[in-house]
Design a protein around this ligand. Sequence first.
Ligand code: PNS
Length: 165
Amino acid sequence: MCEDMKRSVIYPGSFDPLTNGHINIIKRASSTFDEVIVSVAINSNKSSLMTVDQRVKAIKKVFAKNKKVKVDKFEGLLVQYAKSKKVNTILRGMRTVQDFEYEMQMATSNNKLNSKIETVFMVADAKFSHISSSLIKDIIKLGGNAEEFVPEPIEKELKKILKKG
Ligand code: PNS
């Protein structure tokens, strides 16, 4: 590997919505890697609260001041997207042992699809290990307060969406 090559990592996910747990991982990754590409997966099979573009916009707002963080979206296979970005490293956060099986299957499958692809894991900070987007989605939909789980721009966006819906 060339000495001055930029070390980039793709952090893929649904981010519906981005949580404080995701933010913690992205911040830590941005001090380990030169570039963190947060990439929102376009998945029409999953019922979502925010549109992909709303998610991209809100994540961009959260990281507006962090030059190392880029926000993007992708459709189709993650390994193909990674190839198009010329990035071989995928980052995923791991909260609990329950995450492990799914993450192991994904990491192994991605590596089988393209042997250049390596997945690296960051263990979630214990403060955030109970947070999940689906839980937050439920709390928001049922009128609860998600303030302590999501950053302000996301909370604002969610409130707007719910008023419209
Ligand atoms: O936040 P999530 O929902 O756990 O993220 C899952 C995601 C988007 C990373 C995963 O579903 C994915 O990579 N989807 C893209 C399609 C793909 O490549 N599937 C095969 C992965 S083994």
